[in-house]
Design a protein around this ligand. Structure first.
Ligand code: SF4
Length: 280
């Protein structure tokens, strides 16, 4: 059994949220730069080059890559041979988020109540997805999720008779309906299976998978490629200016489901598909 003090979790969460907001993951930046070379529409090429310049400037000036510094989503893989001393896990995580948004000069975007809408002024509470795993480590992924893209996400309970084509249509239609709102080029996270809420969790989890990796099952890897091809035929283009590259990647995560249903969730990720992982 390994003992970890909650202050280590707090410090790691703080650093991860600041780092995630100030620099994109390498895999996302690589695809963005590649898109700026391959785009044939002049106006979209300029938009993509502008986004790449934005990344350079945020590095040079030490400012976040986007003004919407997101709602804090945290994925935690907690080794079952870890004992945490000090604060409770969720207190440590929220304290880390509070410090990140205060000390990192990040915009506080969370309201305490969905209808009365008073800002909590520290970007807490975070949404925490906790999973128990074997071992003596804690793996934490910080996801500052912007709502321009989050608002364009969709969910549908298909019947088991739905075909591959029906699901592809739903994914592409979600991107089409979103238009320029999610700040394309987008990364599309898709969760298929599980139940109502688990499919949405899978779609979010899909967004933190390396965009150069395809689903391990070739059937779904092909579906990812097919969905990407169809999305890029919509012609929405970077920032909605009309071009070849609307999405950089489609990541699908899957899980077993009930014989009577087929849940599908599409979580839209914008061009700043921010996330950063650390380990204690
Ligand atoms: S959708 Fe993404 S890129 Fe657009 S404003 Fe929100 S965080 Fe920024």
């Amino acid at each position: 059994m390994r003992t970890i003090n909650s202050s280590q979790i707090e410090a790691l969460v703080r650093d991860l949220f600041i780092d995630a907001n100030y620099a994109l993951p390498n895999d996302v930046e690589h695809l963005l730069r590649e898109a700026s070379l391959n785009e044939t529409s002049e106006v979209c090429k300029n938009a993509l080059c502008g986004l790449c310049d934005n990344l350079e400037l945020s590095r040079k000036l030490d400012v976040p890559v986007c003004q919407d510094t997101g709602m804090a989503v945290v994925f935690i893989d907690l080794g079952q041979d870890v004992r945490i001393e000090g604060m409770l896990l969720d207190e440590a995580v929220n304290s880390g988020v509070r410090k990140a948004y205060e000390e990192g000069y990040l915009r506080k975007s969370v309201v305490a109540d969905p209808l009365r809408r008073v800002n909590t002024n520290d970007n807490t509470p975070a949404i925490i997805h906790l999973r128990l795993v074997p071992g003596e480590n804690i793996k934490i992924t910080a996801v500052p999720k912007g709502f321009g893209s989050e608002n364009m996400s969709r969910h549908k309970m298909f019947t088991p008779a739905a075909s591959e084509e029906d699901i592809l249509l739903f994914i592409v239609d979600t991107v089409l309906k979103a238009g320029s709102n999610p700040c394309p080029p987008v990364i599309v996270g898709v969760g298929i299976g599980g139940n109502f809420e688990y499919s949405a969790y899978l779609a979010k989890k899909a967004l933190i998978r390396d965009v150069s990796e395809r689903h391990q099952d070739v059937f779904y890897a092909r579906l990812e490629e097919e969905a990407l091809k169809k999305i890029n035929m919509t012609g929405i283009g970077a920032q909605g200016f009309g071009g070849d590259i609307t999405a950089l990647a489609v990541n699908i995560e899957t899980a077993p489901t009930h014989i009577a249903g087929l849940p599908v969730a599409v979580n839209m990720g914008c061009w700043v598909n921010r996330h950063k992982t650390g380990m204690i």
